[in-house]
Each structure stands twice: as structure tokens, then as C-alpha cells.
Design a protein around this ligand. Structure first.
Ligand SMILES: N[C@@H](CCC(=O)N[C@@H](CS)C(=O)NCC(=O)O)C(=O)O
Length: 210
């Protein structure tokens, strides 16, 4: 199988961290998002939405969306579990993962895409020609991210990891969101001591370098 990847982009990094935690390696093909390689016909023929990451199985099946690809590998190789271990913990991982992805990762994407010259005319990720930036989305993204960081601090004040006692995809998405937010010069608020403790701990894991 082949994994289409982009080293600088946060969603492909979520998957690389997940694979690093599992100890899985495979053929990676780098796609240059900033240069617009993902919008060209050759990549669209592989992944029609033009998004990264995308996994192509040996039988030709194309799987996009980080959550779906992670689910695939969790089924193939359950250890170490990163999507929960019983009905309750599985539900908590999905719930917290989605909080971090929807309120955090997508919010930062809104801030960056609507304020950076690098994404001029690329207001939506992937194939969607000539979508202009909307300045108001920067404020909306900032508000969503602030809310997300507030909830993250609350979660981490009650448990060592984002979805409970065990490191999971929710931690990976939170970590990638925080590092992505630095593109917009937004960091962990000084008062968020639980988040900082967690961040420093996650930094010790080899997967943080992925
Ligand atoms: N929900 C998707 C998000 C994928 C996504 O937005 N990827 C970004 C990179 S972080 C992308 O492909 N951007 C292409 C572009 O900016 O044109 C997932 O979880 O895989």
C-alpha cells in the first residue's frame, strides 16, 4: 500500500503520529500542497477531493480522511490501542477527537487559509477553484480555537490524556492542532497549566517528531 503525505501539513501529521505510535511504516509519497500539486489532474486521479493524507491499498481501494485511515490500521493492528478499548472508552475517544478536530484543527485552518498569502484563492482545502479568502472567518476561527483550548484545559485537569487515562488519537489531534496554531502565532494560554503539562509529556513520545 501507498500513503500520499505532505510533511508540512497538520492532517497528514496526525496520521504519521498514529502510525509511529503503532510502529507501522510504509511507502510514503510526498505531495506538495503549497505548490498546488494536490490540485493537479495526476493527484485528482488518485484522490478526487485533492486532500491529504490518502491511503491506497494494494487492491486499489482509496481511503481518505484521517479518522477512516486510522480505523483501518487499528483493525489491522490493534496494539497499542489508540481508539479505545471498550464501548465507553471508544466513544470517548471519538467524541474528544472530534472536539479537537472540528473546533480546533478546522478552526486553525480557517484562520490560516483566510489570512495567508500562501492560500490566496484557496479558501477551501483541496479541489475547489478560486474560492476567495473571507476575512471574517479569521475571527470565527479564533473564537472556535479559543473555545477548544478552554475545553482541552478542562479535560486535562481531570485526566492525564485528552480522552481519559490512555493516550489516543484525541491526543494526537490536539497536539497537531496546537502545533498548527503556532502558524497563526497562537500558543497555549499561560494560565492553561494542565495543557502545558500534557504538551510537555506528549513531546517526550517519539511520535511527536513525526
Ligand atoms: N478531514 C480531512 C482533512 C484533510 C485536509 O484538509 N488536508 C489538508 C492538509 S492539512 C489538505 O489536503 N489541504 C489541501 C489544500 O490546502 O489544498 C482528514 O481528516 O483527512
Amino acid at each position: 500500500m501507498k500513503l500520499y503525505d505532505c510533511k508540512i501539513a497538520p492532517n497528514p501529521r496526525r496520521l504519521r503520529m498514529f502510525l509511529a505510535e503503532k510502529g507501522i511504516s510504509m511507502q510514503m509519497i510526498e505531495v506538495d500542497i503549497l505548490g498546488g500539486e494536490n490540485l493537479k489532474a495526476a493527484y485528482q486521479a488518485i484522490s478526487p477531493r485533492g486532500l491529504l493524507p490518502t491511503l491506497v491499498l494494494d487492491d486499489g481501494t482509496v481511503i481518505d480522511e484521517v479518522m477512516a485511515i486510522c480505523r483501518y490500521f487499528e483493525e489491522l493492528q490493534p496494539e497499542p490501542p489508540l481508539l479505545g478499548t471498550d464501548p465507553r472508552s471508544c466513544a470517548m475517544v471519538v467524541s474528544r477527537q472530534r472536539h479537537m478536530e472540528i473546533d480546533g484543527m478546522i478552526a486553525v485552518s480557517e484562520i490560516v487559509r483566510n489570512s495567508s498569502a500562501n492560500f490566496a484563492g484557496r479558501g477551501l482545502p483541496g479541489v475547489a477553484a478560486g474560492v476567495p479568502a473571507i476575512a471574517e472567518l479569521v475571527d470565527r476561527g479564533t473564537a472556535s480555537l479559543s473555545r477548544c483550548l478552554g475545553f482541552l484545559e478542562t479535560y486535562l485537569s481531570g485526566s492525564p490524556y485528552v480522552a481519559g487515562d490512555r493516550f489516543s488519537l484525541a491526543d494526537i489531534t490536539a497536539r497537531c492542532t496546537i502545533d498548527f496554531a503556532s502558524w497563526a502565532n497562537i500558543g497555549i494560554p499561560k494560565t492553561h497549566v494542565h495543557t502545558q503539562r500534557w504538551y510537555d509529556g506528549v513531546s517526550q513520545r517519539p511520535s511527536a517528531a513525526a
